[in-house]
Design a protein around this ligand. Sequence first.
Ligand SMILES: Cc1cc2nc3c(=O)[nH]c(=O)nc-3n(C[C@H](O)[C@H](O)[C@H](O)COP(=O)(O)OP(=O)(O)OC[C@H]3O[C@@H](n4cnc5c(N)ncnc54)[C@H](O)[C@@H]3O)c2cc1C
Length: 446
Amino acid sequence: MKKEKLTVVGGGMTGLAAAYFAAKAGHSVTLLEGSDKVGGLLNTFEIGGNQLEHYYHHFFMQDAELHWLMKELGLEDDIIYTKTSMGVFRNGKIYGFNGALDLLKFKPVSFFDKIRFGFTSLYLGKVADWRKSEHIPTLKWFYKWAGKGMTEALWKPMLDIKFGPYADKVPLAWMIGRLAQRLNSRNDGDEKLAYIKGSWKTLLDKIVKELELLGVEIKTQEPLLEIQHEEGEVKGIKTAKGEYVGGKYLITIPSVYFEKVKGLPLSFGGNGVTYFGAVCTILEMNRSLSNIYWMNVADEGFPFGGVIEHTNMIPKEEYEGSHIVYLSRYFAMSEDLAQMSEDEIKERMIPPLKRINPAFSEDWIKKVYVFKTSTAATVCDLDFSKRVPYCETDLKNLYVANMAHIYPDERSTNNSIRVAAEACKVMGIDTSYVPYGASLSAKIGF
Ligand SMILES: Cc1cc2nc3c(=O)[nH]c(=O)nc-3n(C[C@H](O)[C@H](O)[C@H](O)COP(=O)(O)OP(=O)(O)OC[C@H]3O[C@@H](n4cnc5c(N)ncnc54)[C@H](O)[C@@H]3O)c2cc1C
């Protein structure tokens, strides 16, 4: 096979996986990352003598691509599976939400609404076709078919918190992707989630080591600045530190950064893909907040939408006995959270915890960490598929693959691997050995 040159721009999971596939196929690969380390949204920090993700991370039993990668890298035995509990905070009370029995005990809605909830969720997760549902607003559909009770107790708060001002524009296709993923990960009514021993750093460190063994040149602090092209063909690219000439180029950075890159054609990056942000306030505590791993907050007036108690998935002993809780909130870039300082965020997030657990006292907190990103997910509004760019661009040798290609599925590490595999296929690199799981991603633009 002819050894070709490939330059991958962006060292998140999409870029790392693409570099791996190409290097494995014998190509000569350079990976350029703009920041001082690869990993993107998967990066971790030290807490309680261990490593933890800036943004909560777990994966699902049916994530075939990620399971494959873990095995491929010899990390199969580092996967931890845990039966986790899910809950909803509604009308000032925590309700378990893990199966039919919990649904029956969920007081905020009527029995009739519960039946409708069960049928509509099953229909969306198991039967509905996302292709026919791109133009339908999720909330409108829920009000009509799931009823007002459940929509206002569960679905609306969930979408409000996740999409802010865009909540009423989220297409049903996205909800189908999300429910298909969640429902397929259930096991006898108990949700089993997967995590990695030593955090996702274990995966990042191993893939970097393998890339180096395969001869991939990994360069950090090399943000892409310019694409140089002549007569419809890319001849080279410029970063803050140097120039890379020849071969193919795969851009995996978030689309919002494209406008900072000189020389990109207008058609590049699809039809106006935008992103929204996320802030995770992480509490290291000497007491547990609740016995739930994943709690959706469905009452009004909270600054966070999810309370994710990591140590209800991974034992606190892994963190020298500390209990670890993420308070998660997604925000539009026009919201004040986008500009708030760490201290302002802490002041906003911590006091309302007393409503979740009246015994909570700030004395429980040993340390607080705040992480914020402006590229947590793409804003997928109605008919989003029309915005998704083609992986093969108008410029010869230039390709793009990023989170926009994950739609209509939920963005995830697994789906980044799928997108990378499909992008490599478009560039003529064989990735047929990567198992195709339940992922709905990489269906558009390839
Ligand atoms: C709050 C939150 C929770 C999540 N939870 C989960 C979960 O539970 N499970 C799961 O599987 N996934 C989860 N995800 C999603 C997962 O992290 C992402 O889908 C995945 O990491 C995206 O990888 P990526 O390579 O597409 O993008 P990114 O990780 O954003 O990587 C892009 C890279 O490009 C670099 N870059 C940017 N500009 C330039 C430039 N000009 N030149 C060069 N490099 C540049 C960036 O520095 C970055 O390293 C979560 C994400 C968030 C935000």
